[in-house]
Design a protein around this ligand. Structure first.
Ligand code: AMP
Length: 383
């Protein structure tokens, strides 16, 4: 593939906040950005050079869009892999349809990890009531039942305390093809964002330590508070994963760290990731710039951390009592605010995030929690 230099056009399938930040970075670098998304006024469409509203299944519109760009990428793994397979017949497409096919179905992803001997929690495929009956023989409880398709941020998954609750959980999930996984008693959740160029060069971002609330990412602290030994093993693991996928672009691997320092893969995301938002403000090169460099056939940038940092997500619940007090947050000179341009602040909807640059990420976590509280507007009439 010839290199695509600034001035060229990058086409993004999907219009969420990841596409928006990719578009910001791309435009800063001098690329033209096109976005195709089923819903109009989406976060990425607002900041693109051009936007096409289209279902991913409308092949005429999709291929018209593809004809206007030099390279195609995705900002969500929910883009159908078969569509990407058709696109890559006519246009450079990164990551490839093969990667999407391997990750967008949880069972296929788990089997791929198993075949390549990557460590993960025991799992079993659930396709009907009969498979529910034998599930407890393969997986210890408590367990978590996850729909194979379309799950994210804890959607499409239910925790199951004992085998007797399994049938009820499966009904609640809609009796869809699923994967039952043993719950992992992790001491930490980590993620590693990695960039791999078209020529196989890799750059690994500093290890991120994540806290989830109700299965949605709440905070990321960087650098993660883990030993050098754990860090090196995590880095080696994700590099070999990227090689197994013959990956090009940004890939994120969510990991569980157990008491005995065993690392297990939770899941792989074939795109920039929420837990990598710290890179956009605290690293020499952001995950978005790395992705663009990789998919455009350019050398990667430096992934080093310039400053320790805490990232905190801002969910729609924060808007419940009125517009958040941005003046309080921005009074702190070490804060960088990102809002995604979403007009409806639904519960648990990701509306934005902020970074807090801090010399001590441990006390920084505490400070970020206080900043979050300071955003809640005072009730009318209070002094
Ligand atoms: P996922 O959508 O698979 O990334 O799950 C969202 C969050 O649920 C994870 O970040 C974990 O906090 C939790 N979770 C998911 N699967 C497991 C598991 N097998 N064991 C323990 N916690 C899990």
């Amino acid at each position: 593939m010839t290199r695509i230099l600034p001035g060229g056009t990058v086409g993004i399938l999907g219009g969420g906040q990841l596409g928006r930040m990719l578009a910001f970075e791309g435009r800063r670098m001098g690329y033209r950005i096109g976005v195709l998304n089923p819903v109009e006024n989406c976060p990425a469409g607002q900041v693109a050079d051009f936007f096409v509203q289209s279902a991913f299944t409308d092949s005429q519109r999709v291929f018209d869009f593809v004809s206007q760009v030099d390279v195609v990428t995705v900002e969500t793994e929910l883009v159908p892999w078969r569509l990407l397979a058709d696109i890559e017949m006519v246009k450079a497409t990164r990551p490839s349809s093969c990667v999407l096919a391997l990750v967008q179905d949880r069972l296929v992803q788990r089997k791929f990890l198993q075949d390549h001997r990557f460590p993960q929690t025991p799992f079993v495929s659930i396709k009907d009531v009969t498979s529910l009956e034998s599930a407890a023989q393969h997986v210890a409880f408590p367990a978590v039942l996850k729909a194979r398709q379309s799950g994210y941020d804890g959607k499409g998954q239910i925790r199951v305390a004992i085998p007797d609750h399994l049938v009820e959980a499966w009904r609640e999930l809609g009796e869809v093809p699923s994967v039952l996984e043993a719950m992992v008693p992790f001491k930490l959740e980590l993620s590693v964002v990695l960039a791999r160029s078209l020529h196989g060069e890799t750059q690994v971002f500093p290890l991120a330590e994540n806290v989830h609330r109700q299965n949605v990412l709440h905070t990321t602290r960087v650098p993660a508070q883990v030993s050098e030994h754990v860090r090196l093993r995590a880095e080696a693991l994700v590099v070999s994963l990227a090689e197994a996928f013959d990956y090009c672009g940004i890939m994120t691997v969510e990991l569980f760290l157990l008491e005995d320092d065993t690392l297990l893969v939770n899941e792989v995301a074939p795109r920039p990731h929420n837990s990598g938002h710290f890179t956009y403000g605290a690293c020499v090169t952001s995950q978005f710039e790395q992705h663009l460099r990789a998919i455009c056939g350019l050398p990667l940038g430096d992934s080093s951390l310039m400053h320790p940092v805490v990232m905190m997500n801002l969910l729609g619940d924060l808007w419940q009592k009125g517009p958040p007090r941005w003046d309080h947050l921005l009074a702190n000179p070490q804060v960088k605010l990102h809002l995604y341009g979403k007009d409806h602040a639904g519960p648990r909807r990701k509306m934005g995030h902020f970074l807090l640059l801090t010399d001590n990420p441990t006390s920084g976590l505490h400070m970020a929690e206080n900043l979050l509280i300071s955003l809640i507007p005072e009730p009318a009439g209070s002094v």
